[in-house]
Write a protein that binds this ligand. Structure first.
Ligand code: SAM
Length: 261
């Protein structure tokens, strides 16, 4: 990570929604071909989260990197669209929260409902305090947002419950390497249900090897918006049956040989 002062700016993407650009990481927060379309594909549709919403009584979701809060807003929308009303906890962590005023400048494109939720984001960022913040979004949905670093969150032992879905959404492994290490995926596994599904836009071999070393079974799925692949992982290989499996053993051997150092 660069030592530059963080400057964050709002940028357009090709589906009409905006994303952010971080000078500290020299990265966009989403695929420049479409922020909303990418998030839907990677975190909701590919891991079949809407089916789980329809079938379960309760669901716990963990996101690495709250960023713009887009995934929270999409979750609110998906919950409204399903008939079933499970109790949902959305747990997220963010080391560099944006200024509250910036949330009013986000544009979620041709999606009036998301655009109406900008005030909710503004309120969340405005009242955010260091450490764990609990916000009741609706009777059904609780947001637990840890303002601080991922490692601090796990050291703080504030996580309660086991997670069913992981939205692993840091910047790329090159820009944000500390969130793509085996230790990170071990920590995520330590609070996962056996059937939990982790999804990420990333298809880098080194990142997949780090997940495999941490005990996750792996599969490849079609990437969003012209990207060839993304990665889906679970502690239970049966959860990956709809996808094309990856040979974890070979990745672990390569990791142990030092191929990714
Ligand atoms: C790709 S962006 C997240 C996009 C976000 N999910 C969204 O939809 O806007 C990655 C986020 O991870 C945060 N981040 C990077 N390193 C972190 C760390 N060590 N702990 C917590 N958050 C971190 C960044 O500040 C950034 O907001």
């Amino acid at each position: 990570m660069s030592k530059n002062k963080n400057s964050i700016s709002v940028q357009p993407t090709k589906d009409g929604s905006t994303t952010l650009y971080s000078s500290r990481f020299n990265q966009h927060y989403h695929n420049p071909n479409g922020a909303v379309a990418e998030s839907r594909h990677v975190f909701f549709d590919t891991p079949r989260l809407p089916d789980a919403i329809n079938q379960k009584k309760a669901l716990n979701i963990f996101e690495t990197g709250f960023g713009t809060g887009l995934n929270l807003l999409l979750l609110i929308q998906y919950l409204k669209q399903q008939k079933n009303t499970p109790e949902v906890m959305f747990y997220s962590v963010e080391a560099f929260p944006v200024e509250a005023a910036m949330a009013r400048r986000f544009d979620f494109g041709d999606n009036p409902e998301l655009n109406q939720s900008k005030e909710l984001l503004h309120r969340i960022f405005e009242t955010l305090k260091p450490g764990l913040n609990q916000i009741q979004i609706s009777e059904q949905l609780t947001l637990k947002l840890y303002s601080g670093f991922f490692d601090e969150l796990f050291d703080s032992e504030t996580i309660s419950g086991k997670f069913d879905f992981y939205f692993h959404d840091p910047f790329s492994p090159k820009a944000n390497p500390e969130l793509w290490m085996p230790e990170v995926f071990k920590k995520l596994a330590s609070v996962a249900h056996q059937n939990a599904v982790l999804s990420t836009y990333c298809a880098a071999t080194a990142a997949r090897a780090a997940m495999a070393v941490a005990g996750w079974n792996l599969a490849r799925a079609h990437g969003a918006l012209g990207k060839r692949e993304m990665t889906v992982a679970s502690l239970n290989p049966e959860q990956l049956e709809p996808f094309k499996r990856i040979n974890e053993k070979r990745l672990i051997e390569r990791f142990d040989r030092g191929d990714f150092e």
